[in-house]
Write a protein that binds this ligand. Structure first.
Ligand code: PMV
Length: 356
Protein backbone atom coordinates (compact mmCIF):
# COMPACT_ATOMS: atom_id res chain seq x y z
CA UNK A 1 0.00 0.00 0.00
CA UNK A 2 1.75 3.14 -1.20
CA UNK A 3 0.40 5.22 1.72
CA UNK A 4 2.61 3.34 4.14
CA UNK A 5 6.39 3.57 3.96
CA UNK A 6 8.68 1.11 5.69
CA UNK A 7 9.97 2.82 8.85
CA UNK A 8 12.23 1.72 11.68
CA UNK A 9 9.54 2.25 14.34
CA UNK A 10 10.86 0.82 17.59
CA UNK A 11 14.51 1.25 18.58
CA UNK A 12 16.07 -0.75 21.47
CA UNK A 13 16.01 2.28 23.75
CA UNK A 14 12.29 2.92 23.04
CA UNK A 15 11.10 0.20 25.45
CA UNK A 16 9.34 1.83 28.39
CA UNK A 17 8.68 4.96 26.32
CA UNK A 18 5.16 6.39 26.88
CA UNK A 19 2.90 8.94 25.21
CA UNK A 20 -0.67 10.20 24.98
CA UNK A 21 -2.89 11.72 22.31
CA UNK A 22 -6.60 12.25 21.66
CA UNK A 23 -9.04 12.94 18.84
CA UNK A 24 -12.67 13.91 18.39
CA UNK A 25 -14.19 12.33 15.29
CA UNK A 26 -17.74 12.75 13.97
CA UNK A 27 -20.37 10.28 12.78
CA UNK A 28 -21.51 10.53 9.17
CA UNK A 29 -24.76 9.75 7.38
CA UNK A 30 -24.69 8.07 3.97
CA UNK A 31 -26.76 9.68 1.21
CA UNK A 32 -25.68 7.01 -1.28
CA UNK A 33 -25.57 3.77 0.69
CA UNK A 34 -22.74 1.28 1.00
CA UNK A 35 -24.52 -2.08 1.11
CA UNK A 36 -22.57 -5.23 0.33
CA UNK A 37 -18.85 -5.77 0.82
CA UNK A 38 -15.84 -7.95 0.11
CA UNK A 39 -13.12 -8.64 2.68
CA UNK A 40 -11.82 -6.51 4.44
CA UNK A 41 -14.48 -3.83 4.17
CA UNK A 42 -14.00 -3.32 0.44
CA UNK A 43 -17.33 -1.88 -0.72
CA UNK A 44 -19.34 -3.54 -3.49
CA UNK A 45 -20.47 -0.07 -4.57
CA UNK A 46 -19.41 3.57 -4.08
CA UNK A 47 -21.10 5.67 -1.39
CA UNK A 48 -21.43 9.39 -0.63
CA UNK A 49 -21.95 10.72 2.89
CA UNK A 50 -22.14 13.92 4.83
CA UNK A 51 -20.02 14.29 7.94
CA UNK A 52 -21.98 15.38 11.01
CA UNK A 53 -21.09 17.87 13.73
CA UNK A 54 -22.96 17.19 16.99
CA UNK A 55 -22.71 13.40 16.92
CA UNK A 56 -19.09 12.50 17.64
CA UNK A 57 -16.75 10.27 19.65
CA UNK A 58 -13.87 11.61 21.74
CA UNK A 59 -11.04 9.14 22.31
CA UNK A 60 -7.76 9.45 24.17
CA UNK A 61 -5.00 6.90 23.85
CA UNK A 62 -2.21 6.41 26.40
CA UNK A 63 0.49 4.14 25.02
CA UNK A 64 3.66 2.43 26.21
CA UNK A 65 6.27 0.53 24.20
CA UNK A 66 6.50 -2.91 25.76
CA UNK A 67 7.48 -6.56 25.09
CA UNK A 68 4.04 -7.81 26.19
CA UNK A 69 1.30 -5.53 24.78
CA UNK A 70 -2.17 -5.26 26.33
CA UNK A 71 -5.28 -3.22 25.44
CA UNK A 72 -7.65 -1.70 28.02
CA UNK A 73 -10.82 0.19 27.04
CA UNK A 74 -12.93 2.58 29.13
CA UNK A 75 -16.27 4.03 28.03
CA UNK A 76 -17.48 7.08 29.98
CA UNK A 77 -14.98 6.23 32.73
CA UNK A 78 -16.03 2.58 33.15
CA UNK A 79 -14.08 -0.42 31.94
CA UNK A 80 -15.78 -1.58 28.73
CA UNK A 81 -14.52 -5.07 27.87
CA UNK A 82 -17.44 -5.53 25.49
CA UNK A 83 -15.73 -3.01 23.14
CA UNK A 84 -12.49 -5.02 23.12
CA UNK A 85 -13.18 -7.55 20.31
CA UNK A 86 -13.84 -4.82 17.70
CA UNK A 87 -10.81 -2.79 18.80
CA UNK A 88 -8.57 -5.86 18.87
CA UNK A 89 -9.78 -6.74 15.39
CA UNK A 90 -8.93 -3.26 14.12
CA UNK A 91 -5.47 -3.38 15.75
CA UNK A 92 -4.76 -6.85 14.28
CA UNK A 93 -5.80 -5.68 10.81
CA UNK A 94 -3.73 -2.49 11.15
CA UNK A 95 -0.50 -4.25 12.22
CA UNK A 96 0.84 -4.85 8.69
CA UNK A 97 0.61 -1.07 8.07
CA UNK A 98 1.57 0.12 11.57
CA UNK A 99 4.10 -2.52 12.74
CA UNK A 100 4.80 -0.67 16.02
CA UNK A 101 1.39 -1.95 17.22
CA UNK A 102 3.06 -5.33 17.84
CA UNK A 103 4.93 -3.72 20.74
CA UNK A 104 2.40 -1.25 22.10
CA UNK A 105 0.27 -1.43 25.25
CA UNK A 106 -2.76 0.84 25.00
CA UNK A 107 -5.24 2.40 27.38
CA UNK A 108 -8.16 3.76 25.37
CA UNK A 109 -10.74 6.08 26.94
CA UNK A 110 -13.77 6.93 24.88
CA UNK A 111 -16.94 9.00 25.12
CA UNK A 112 -19.81 9.68 22.70
CA UNK A 113 -21.59 13.04 22.47
CA UNK A 114 -24.82 11.18 21.76
CA UNK A 115 -26.44 8.58 24.04
CA UNK A 116 -24.93 5.13 23.49
CA UNK A 117 -28.34 3.65 22.73
CA UNK A 118 -29.57 6.53 20.56
CA UNK A 119 -29.63 4.39 17.44
CA UNK A 120 -26.94 6.46 15.72
CA UNK A 121 -24.30 4.22 14.18
CA UNK A 122 -21.43 4.85 16.59
CA UNK A 123 -18.93 2.61 14.80
CA UNK A 124 -18.04 5.32 12.24
CA UNK A 125 -17.11 7.94 14.84
CA UNK A 126 -15.55 5.38 17.22
CA UNK A 127 -13.37 3.62 14.65
CA UNK A 128 -12.26 6.83 12.95
CA UNK A 129 -11.29 8.34 16.34
CA UNK A 130 -9.17 5.28 17.18
CA UNK A 131 -7.56 5.27 13.73
CA UNK A 132 -6.56 8.92 14.23
CA UNK A 133 -5.06 8.11 17.66
CA UNK A 134 -3.05 5.23 16.16
CA UNK A 135 -1.64 7.44 13.42
CA UNK A 136 -0.85 10.20 15.93
CA UNK A 137 1.06 7.57 17.92
CA UNK A 138 3.05 6.72 14.80
CA UNK A 139 4.04 10.39 14.49
CA UNK A 140 4.95 10.58 18.20
CA UNK A 141 7.07 7.43 17.95
CA UNK A 142 8.97 8.10 14.77
CA UNK A 143 9.10 11.88 15.06
CA UNK A 144 8.13 12.08 11.40
CA UNK A 145 5.77 14.63 9.87
CA UNK A 146 3.30 14.08 7.11
CA UNK A 147 1.11 16.39 5.05
CA UNK A 148 -2.46 16.67 6.37
CA UNK A 149 -3.58 15.17 3.07
CA UNK A 150 -1.56 11.96 3.57
CA UNK A 151 -2.36 11.78 7.30
CA UNK A 152 -6.16 11.87 6.85
CA UNK A 153 -6.03 9.53 3.88
CA UNK A 154 -4.09 6.97 5.94
CA UNK A 155 -6.52 7.49 8.85
CA UNK A 156 -9.39 6.79 6.47
CA UNK A 157 -7.65 3.61 5.27
CA UNK A 158 -7.07 2.38 8.86
CA UNK A 159 -10.60 3.38 10.01
CA UNK A 160 -12.01 1.30 7.14
CA UNK A 161 -10.36 -1.80 8.57
CA UNK A 162 -12.52 -1.34 11.71
CA UNK A 163 -15.82 -0.32 10.08
CA UNK A 164 -16.43 0.47 6.41
CA UNK A 165 -18.52 3.59 6.95
CA UNK A 166 -15.83 4.93 9.36
CA UNK A 167 -13.58 5.58 6.33
CA UNK A 168 -15.89 8.50 5.44
CA UNK A 169 -15.73 10.32 8.81
CA UNK A 170 -12.26 11.82 8.31
CA UNK A 171 -13.22 14.76 6.12
CA UNK A 172 -15.44 17.82 6.40
CA UNK A 173 -18.65 18.16 4.40
CA UNK A 174 -19.34 15.56 1.71
CA UNK A 175 -17.20 12.47 1.19
CA UNK A 176 -16.94 9.75 -1.47
CA UNK A 177 -15.76 6.21 -0.78
CA UNK A 178 -15.44 3.58 -3.51
CA UNK A 179 -14.45 3.74 -7.16
CA UNK A 180 -16.70 5.45 -9.71
CA UNK A 181 -15.93 6.81 -13.18
CA UNK A 182 -16.97 10.35 -12.12
CA UNK A 183 -14.32 10.44 -9.39
CA UNK A 184 -10.84 9.63 -10.74
CA UNK A 185 -9.29 9.99 -7.26
CA UNK A 186 -11.83 7.87 -5.40
CA UNK A 187 -10.73 4.51 -4.00
CA UNK A 188 -12.19 1.39 -2.41
CA UNK A 189 -9.38 1.55 0.19
CA UNK A 190 -10.10 5.00 1.64
CA UNK A 191 -12.54 7.88 1.27
CA UNK A 192 -11.83 11.27 -0.32
CA UNK A 193 -13.52 14.64 0.18
CA UNK A 194 -16.04 15.69 -2.45
CA UNK A 195 -14.96 19.12 -3.68
CA UNK A 196 -16.84 21.91 -5.45
CA UNK A 197 -20.12 21.49 -3.63
CA UNK A 198 -22.66 24.28 -4.21
CA UNK A 199 -22.78 26.72 -1.30
CA UNK A 200 -26.45 25.98 -0.58
CA UNK A 201 -25.41 22.49 0.57
CA UNK A 202 -22.52 23.56 2.79
CA UNK A 203 -24.81 24.25 5.76
CA UNK A 204 -27.04 21.21 5.21
CA UNK A 205 -29.14 20.50 8.30
CA UNK A 206 -29.89 17.02 9.65
CA UNK A 207 -32.48 16.46 12.38
CA UNK A 208 -32.08 12.89 13.65
CA UNK A 209 -35.43 11.53 14.78
CA UNK A 210 -34.90 8.66 17.19
CA UNK A 211 -37.89 6.32 17.39
CA UNK A 212 -36.22 3.20 18.72
CA UNK A 213 -33.13 2.86 20.89
CA UNK A 214 -32.87 -0.94 20.83
CA UNK A 215 -30.14 -2.91 19.04
CA UNK A 216 -31.06 -3.89 15.48
CA UNK A 217 -32.57 -7.34 14.92
CA UNK A 218 -30.19 -7.91 11.96
CA UNK A 219 -26.68 -6.40 12.22
CA UNK A 220 -25.04 -4.40 9.43
CA UNK A 221 -22.48 -7.22 8.98
CA UNK A 222 -25.30 -9.70 8.41
CA UNK A 223 -27.06 -7.21 6.09
CA UNK A 224 -23.90 -6.78 3.98
CA UNK A 225 -23.54 -10.59 3.84
CA UNK A 226 -27.11 -11.00 2.55
CA UNK A 227 -26.15 -8.90 -0.49
CA UNK A 228 -23.73 -11.64 -1.64
CA UNK A 229 -26.50 -13.82 -3.06
CA UNK A 230 -29.15 -11.11 -3.38
CA UNK A 231 -31.47 -11.69 -6.36
CA UNK A 232 -31.42 -7.96 -7.27
CA UNK A 233 -27.70 -7.45 -6.73
CA UNK A 234 -26.78 -6.49 -10.32
CA UNK A 235 -29.74 -4.13 -10.61
CA UNK A 236 -28.74 -2.46 -7.36
CA UNK A 237 -25.16 -1.84 -8.55
CA UNK A 238 -26.45 -0.34 -11.79
CA UNK A 239 -28.87 1.88 -9.85
CA UNK A 240 -26.16 3.09 -7.51
CA UNK A 241 -23.86 4.07 -10.41
CA UNK A 242 -26.64 6.35 -11.70
CA UNK A 243 -27.52 7.68 -8.25
CA UNK A 244 -23.89 8.65 -7.60
CA UNK A 245 -23.75 10.58 -10.89
CA UNK A 246 -27.08 12.26 -10.22
CA UNK A 247 -26.27 13.24 -6.64
CA UNK A 248 -22.84 14.52 -7.63
CA UNK A 249 -24.35 16.78 -10.24
CA UNK A 250 -27.12 17.96 -7.84
CA UNK A 251 -24.51 18.82 -5.20
CA UNK A 252 -22.40 20.74 -7.71
CA UNK A 253 -25.29 22.65 -9.23
CA UNK A 254 -27.25 23.38 -6.05
CA UNK A 255 -30.13 21.33 -7.46
CA UNK A 256 -32.22 20.59 -4.35
CA UNK A 257 -35.04 19.01 -6.32
CA UNK A 258 -32.75 16.32 -7.66
CA UNK A 259 -31.02 15.98 -4.28
CA UNK A 260 -34.39 15.23 -2.65
CA UNK A 261 -35.25 12.61 -5.29
CA UNK A 262 -31.94 10.76 -5.16
CA UNK A 263 -31.57 10.78 -1.38
CA UNK A 264 -35.07 9.38 -0.87
CA UNK A 265 -34.61 6.79 -3.61
CA UNK A 266 -31.41 5.59 -1.91
CA UNK A 267 -33.01 5.32 1.53
CA UNK A 268 -35.99 3.39 0.18
CA UNK A 269 -33.80 1.18 -2.00
CA UNK A 270 -31.63 0.20 0.99
CA UNK A 271 -34.72 -0.95 2.88
CA UNK A 272 -36.22 -2.59 -0.21
CA UNK A 273 -33.01 -4.65 -0.49
CA UNK A 274 -33.56 -5.81 3.08
CA UNK A 275 -37.18 -6.77 2.32
CA UNK A 276 -36.18 -8.69 -0.81
CA UNK A 277 -33.11 -10.44 0.67
CA UNK A 278 -33.28 -14.19 1.23
CA UNK A 279 -34.25 -14.44 4.05
CA UNK A 280 -36.00 -11.05 4.00
CA UNK A 281 -36.28 -8.73 6.99
CA UNK A 282 -37.12 -5.12 7.74
CA UNK A 283 -35.61 -2.54 10.07
CA UNK A 284 -38.05 0.39 9.71
CA UNK A 285 -41.05 0.68 12.02
CA UNK A 286 -44.54 2.14 11.86
CA UNK A 287 -43.32 5.53 13.12
CA UNK A 288 -40.74 5.72 10.30
CA UNK A 289 -43.51 5.09 7.75
CA UNK A 290 -45.89 7.68 9.20
CA UNK A 291 -43.13 10.30 9.38
CA UNK A 292 -42.09 9.66 5.76
CA UNK A 293 -45.69 10.34 4.65
CA UNK A 294 -45.82 13.51 6.75
CA UNK A 295 -42.51 14.79 5.33
CA UNK A 296 -43.70 14.20 1.77
CA UNK A 297 -47.01 15.99 2.42
CA UNK A 298 -45.23 18.94 4.07
CA UNK A 299 -42.84 19.22 1.12
CA UNK A 300 -45.67 19.14 -1.42
CA UNK A 301 -47.79 21.65 0.49
CA UNK A 302 -45.08 24.26 1.19
CA UNK A 303 -42.69 23.57 -1.71
CA UNK A 304 -39.74 23.32 0.70
CA UNK A 305 -36.90 20.95 -0.28
CA UNK A 306 -36.91 18.75 2.78
CA UNK A 307 -36.04 15.08 2.46
CA UNK A 308 -35.14 12.09 4.59
CA UNK A 309 -32.74 9.21 4.75
CA UNK A 310 -32.53 6.07 6.86
CA UNK A 311 -29.55 4.05 7.98
CA UNK A 312 -29.90 0.33 8.62
CA UNK A 313 -32.51 1.06 11.30
CA UNK A 314 -35.80 2.89 11.87
CA UNK A 315 -34.45 6.34 12.84
CA UNK A 316 -35.08 9.04 10.27
CA UNK A 317 -32.57 11.73 9.29
CA UNK A 318 -34.50 14.76 8.05
CA UNK A 319 -32.30 16.81 5.68
CA UNK A 320 -33.06 20.44 4.79
CA UNK A 321 -31.36 23.68 3.76
CA UNK A 322 -30.30 26.27 6.33
CA UNK A 323 -32.54 28.79 4.56
CA UNK A 324 -35.67 26.83 5.57
CA UNK A 325 -34.49 26.00 9.10
CA UNK A 326 -37.33 27.73 10.93
CA UNK A 327 -40.21 26.33 8.86
CA UNK A 328 -38.83 22.78 8.89
CA UNK A 329 -37.98 22.76 12.58
CA UNK A 330 -41.44 24.13 13.47
CA UNK A 331 -42.91 21.30 11.39
CA UNK A 332 -40.67 18.72 13.11
CA UNK A 333 -41.66 19.97 16.57
CA UNK A 334 -45.38 20.12 15.83
CA UNK A 335 -45.91 17.12 13.53
CA UNK A 336 -43.02 14.64 13.85
CA UNK A 337 -41.89 14.97 17.48
CA UNK A 338 -44.92 13.02 18.82
CA UNK A 339 -43.63 9.92 16.96
CA UNK A 340 -40.08 10.18 18.34
CA UNK A 341 -38.28 9.42 21.58
CA UNK A 342 -35.70 12.15 21.08
CA UNK A 343 -34.40 14.48 18.37
CA UNK A 344 -30.79 15.52 17.73
CA UNK A 345 -30.43 18.66 15.61
CA UNK A 346 -27.22 18.27 13.66
CA UNK A 347 -25.62 19.72 10.53
CA UNK A 348 -22.81 19.17 8.03
CA UNK A 349 -19.62 19.34 10.08
CA UNK A 350 -15.99 20.30 9.83
CA UNK A 351 -14.41 16.85 10.36
CA UNK A 352 -12.16 15.51 13.13
CA UNK A 353 -10.21 17.61 15.63
CA UNK A 354 -7.18 16.82 17.80
CA UNK A 355 -8.08 17.15 21.50
CA UNK A 356 -4.96 15.97 23.37
O1 PMV B 1 -20.01 0.46 8.13
P1 PMV B 1 -21.09 -0.55 8.40
O2 PMV B 1 -20.62 -1.96 8.25
O3 PMV B 1 -21.79 -0.29 9.72
O4 PMV B 1 -22.23 -0.39 7.26
C1 PMV B 1 -22.96 0.79 7.09
C2 PMV B 1 -24.12 0.54 6.23
C3 PMV B 1 -25.11 1.68 6.10
O5 PMV B 1 -25.10 2.51 7.23
C4 PMV B 1 -26.51 1.10 5.96
C5 PMV B 1 -24.86 2.50 4.85
C6 PMV B 1 -23.67 3.40 4.86
O6 PMV B 1 -23.14 3.65 3.77
O7 PMV B 1 -23.29 3.94 5.93
Amino acid sequence: MELFQEKQYIQDDDFGKTGKNGWRSPANIALIKYWGKKAVQIPQNPSISVTLNQAYTETTLEWEVTQSPTIEVYFDGDKADSFLPKIQQLVERAKPYLPFLKQLSMKIETHNSFPHSAGIASSASAMSAIALCLLQTEIQLCGCRESAHVFYRKASFIARLGSGSAARSLFPGFTVWGTHTDFPHASDQYAVPLKQVHESFLNLKDAILITDENPKSVSSSEGHARMDEHPYKQGRFKQVENHVRSLHSALQQGDWKRFVEVVEAEALSLHALMLSAEPGYFLFNSQSMVMIELIRSFRAEYDIPVTFTLDAGPNLHVLYPETHKKAVEDFIRSSLAPYTRRIIYDRAGEGPEMIA
